[in-house]
Design a binder for this molecule. Structure first.
Ligand code: GLA
Ligand code: GLA
Length: 683
């Protein structure tokens, strides 16, 4: 049966359904036949069929091989590749190859390239060199996109448009003169008149008063830190400029090929110049995300799970596509760790467990030349007789057995984590009390503590609406967007429970401090008042009277209505409250003023979960990651994903049929060390 998915893209008059891009869960990756002689292509498709590959991203960086000179096209090789893939039953996500402008274009128009803060223009030799504000680039790119769409729009292999590649990754933040003009226009449309900008930005500081928008330059090198309000708006402008490029390509594709769905690959954990992927998510037919684990991070599978929950949040709960991850090592970390046996499947299936309807890899066959020649792929340099190829083959068999999962949605969690990259941008803009706190630290730590207990969470933007949540976590939400504090207060009054951490609600949407005591936006709800920050040096630890320890951050705080849960027992602030709780209406508002170590985070999370009465997805042994997807066709059917991250067998008290082995389990199932089990449950 052909599966479908529904697009809610903002440019469509109403939601519309498109055929799913593969037969079952998508498996495959970036395929670059142009890097190999055509004899190799035959081996490629034979191996693809063997591994169960049903979907490839094609042509991603091949503009220079397709438009070989200005207006001169060579489609031959791509025609043959499209036909060959189609003949072998492999669907194509065809890229508009605008991520890599041809050498001839960069030489004829060097002004299309980004300029850095020091005025240095990016040269040829990389990719994504172009500035999203370059009109010349836009003109050439759209001309090519139209030619591509006209040529392949009705090719039977074409399933999905893959617009450019990781927009922003290597072309975020351009400081050129052409960008300056676009930035000034953006500001004029945001503020209306210059007095409003002066007021919002607080330009009395250092007398940085502007009398017209054309005086406002991009934040070029200035030897001291720029105004944090300007920096934040420049991030927003950058994000809009990048999105503008995507929208321009989308408009051409929609016009020429209205029946082909459109996406672009996001990087939701990196946000390269993209301030709000949640908003970008409204502009694609299918949310697609790239994810790479950080080899040096011992908790990398926790970061992966967070990323997948965030991708689902960007997709507003609907199925999404993991359009890139790696079979093993990448090539851009200081040490590129190979994945251990079984890690590939655990990684792919963890994304699927959290709502992905496929797992594609960068890349199919590892390049022998070029800057990514040591990046893993499905077919390594050693060839198919290899650990990696065998593991992908095995994954292919698993995914075939999991085909019924396609289109199901992850059961809505009762815990919400408010997450907003604007907060990161605001926090990173300018000098701050410490450089030792990264925006992602606490969201990841809380998510990990929930996952350890089998508790599911949604990662949502703060303005989203809190219906259905019993517990809402607000980790280091530095910027409080308008309405967020009011919404949280309403939620607590109605019986909800919230945790707000240090460095939340400190500034408003203009990156201006909310005065009267920290955390300004949430002070009343929390019943506390912070007078002064006391950040700690690396290596400094404080102990709480509960026995927990903390580092990095402390605050001189007094309660104004909240009860004290624990106080510092050591250090300069001994006796000062560190964790407090206010009872408001039928709910509670807990404040965390310090950076607890992992055991402290775990006990705080355990306490909050008990307070809010949130049950785990299933009763599982510690170390077993558990999630549930619910069928959209028959809601009594669901799929329980159990992933064992340890080197010992673990069990879950659950019943259902193992989709891979076919074995029925009446009340408990054991997941082998490092293994994954997916049960089809009847509820
Ligand atoms: C110097 C400068 C001041 C201020 C302080 C901050 O002393 O003269 O304007 O920037 O540093 O420490
Ligand atoms: C990104 C890019 C790919 C490739 C990989 C390498 O995800 O989209 O083209 O460079 O990184 O990890």
């Amino acid at each position: 049966m052909q599966q479908h998915f529904t697009s809610h893209s903002a440019d469509l008059a109403q939601p519309r359904s498109f055929p799913w891009i593969a037969d079952g869960l998508a498996l495959g990756g970036d395929y670059s036949p142009e890097q190999w002689p055509e004899e190799v292509w035959q081996e490629d498709v034979a191996l693809m069929r063997r591994a169960g590959v049903n979907s490839v991203n094609l042509g991603v960086f091949s503009w220079g091989l397709l438009e070989v000179a200005d207006g001169e096209y060579d489609w031959g090789w791509l025609d043959r590749a499209m036909d060959l893939l189609h003949d072998n039953g492999i669907g194509v996500n065809l890229a508009t190859p605008t991520a890599a402008p041809p050498i001839w274009l960069l030489q004829a128009h060097p002004e299309i390239a980004t300029v850095d803060q020091f005025g240095v223009r990016t040269s040829q030799g990389g990719r994504l060199a172009w500035s999203p504000s370059s009109e010349t680039f836009r003109r050439f790119a759209l001309r090519f996109v139209r030619a591509l769409a006209e040529r392949y729009g009705s090719h039977p292999a074409l399933r999905l448009w893959h617009v450019s590649n990781e927009i922003g990754n290597e072309n975020a933040r351009c400081y050129s003169d052409e960008t300056a003009v676009a930035w000034q226009a953006w500001l004029a449309s945001k503020f209306g008149d210059i007095a409003a900008l002066n007021d919002a930005w607080g330009t009395a500081f250092w007398g940085h008063h502007y009398t017209s928008f054309d005086q406002v330059l991009p934040p070029r090198h200035a030897r001291t830190s720029h105004n944090p309000a300007l920096l934040l708006d420049f991030e927003r402008f950058t994000s809009d400029a990048l999105l503008g490029h995507y929208l321009a390509e989308r408009a051409v594709l929609r016009e020429v090929t209205p029946d082909i769905p459109i996406t672009t690959n996001f990087m939701v954990m990196n946000n390269p110049g993209v301030d709000d992927y949640r908003r970008w998510g409204e502009e694609v037919d299918l949310v697609a995300n790239d994810h790479y684990t950080i080899g040096a991070d011992p908790e990398r599978h926790g970061e992966l799970s967070f990323s997948a929950d965030r991708a689902r949040g960007v997709a507003q709960g609907r199925p999404w596509l993991l359009i890139e991850h790696s079979t093993s090592a990448v090539n851009w970390q200081p040490v590129n760790r190979a994945k251990s046996v079984g890690e590939l499947a655990r990684n792919s299936l963890a994304h699927i467990a959290r709502g992905a309807d496929g797992a594609l890899f960068f890349q199919w066959r590892v390049s022998s030349a070029g800057s990514e020649q040591f990046h893993s792929g499905i077919v390594p340099h050693a060839g198919p007789d290899s650990k990696i190829f065998r593991e992908v083959e095995q994954l292919g068999a698993t995914l075939r057995a999991l085909a019924p999962v396609v289109g199901s949605t992850v059961e809505r969690a009762r815990v919400g984590i408010l997450f907003d990259w604007e907060s990161a941008s605001a926090w990173q803009a300018g000098n701050k009390p410490t450089r030792s706190i990264a925006y992602l630290d606490l969201p990841l730590a809380l998510h990990r503590a929930l996952t350890k207990r089998g508790i599911a969470a949604e990662v949502v933007r703060p303005q989203e609406g809190l219906d259905g949540f019993d517990l809402v976590l607000v980790p280091t939400l530095y910027l409080a967007a308008p309405g967020v504090a009011e919404q949280l207060t309403e939620f607590v009054r109605g019986g909800g429970h919230v945790l707000v951490s240090y460095l939340s609600g400190i500034v408003d949407e203009h990156n201006r401090v909310i005065t009267g005591g920290y955390p300004g936006a949430f002070r009343e709800l929390l019943g506390v008042r912070v007078e002064e920050f006391f950040p700690l040096f690396e290596g400094q630890t404080v102990t709480l009277d509960s026995g927990e320890s903390a580092t990095t951050w402390t605050e001189l705080l007094r309660t104004e209505g909240a009860e004290v849960l624990s106080s510092y027992a050591t250090g300069e602030l001994a006796g000062v409250p560190a964790i407090t709780r206010a009872r408001v209406g039928d709910g509670t508002a807990t404040y965390l003023a310090t950076k607890l170590d992992a055991p402290g985070i775990q006990s705080l999370v355990d306490d909050l979960v008990a307070l809010a009465g949130v049950p785990p997805v299933a009763d599982v042994d510690a170390g077993l990651e558990v999630t549930r997807r619910v069928s959209s066709v028959s809601p009594e059917d669901s799929f329980l994903f159990l992933i064992n991250h340890t080197d010992a067998p673990l069990s879950a008290r659950a019943s259902g049929v193992d989709l891979v082995s076919g074995v029925a389990h009446a009340d408990a199932v054991t997941v082998p060390a490092g293994g994954v089990v997916v049960l089809k449950e009847k509820r």
